[in-house]
Design a binder for this molecule. Sequence first.
Ligand code: HEC
Length: 98
Amino acid sequence: MRRTLAASTLLAAVSLSSAAFAQTPANGDFRPGPEKPLVQKNCTACHVATQVTAKRKTAEQWGETVEKMIGYGAKLSDAEFESVVGYLAKNYGPDSPK
Ligand code: HEC
């Protein structure tokens, strides 16, 4: 019982702090779009959003990057891969504003 309580308290603390973390503007936020929740969920598991949003890449380069992330452990289906790469190329392409 004690252990269960401690575990759930810890979980609550972790999810609260990560929510605060994600909302800090310095950590960046993804540009709006239908794929934003998917990208947010899958691309902030290991690093902050700015690791992604500070970059500018072509669709091909984003494809290579996301493939590398899958190699690190990102979990994306083929359809999700296409959506994520499309979103990134559209919002963080070579001509996108900083
Ligand atoms: C399983 C952990 C993990 C997940 C999930 C993950 N990344 Fe990463 N990412 C890393 C690590 C580790 C590095 C640093 C090593 C490197 O630069 O290759 C990194 C670095 C990066 C970089 C900077 C290096 C570069 O190649 O430009 C970008 C951009 C990036 N990630 C984008 C993404 C995107 C987009 C997603 C969502 C599809 C994502 N990451 C999800 C682990 C992850």
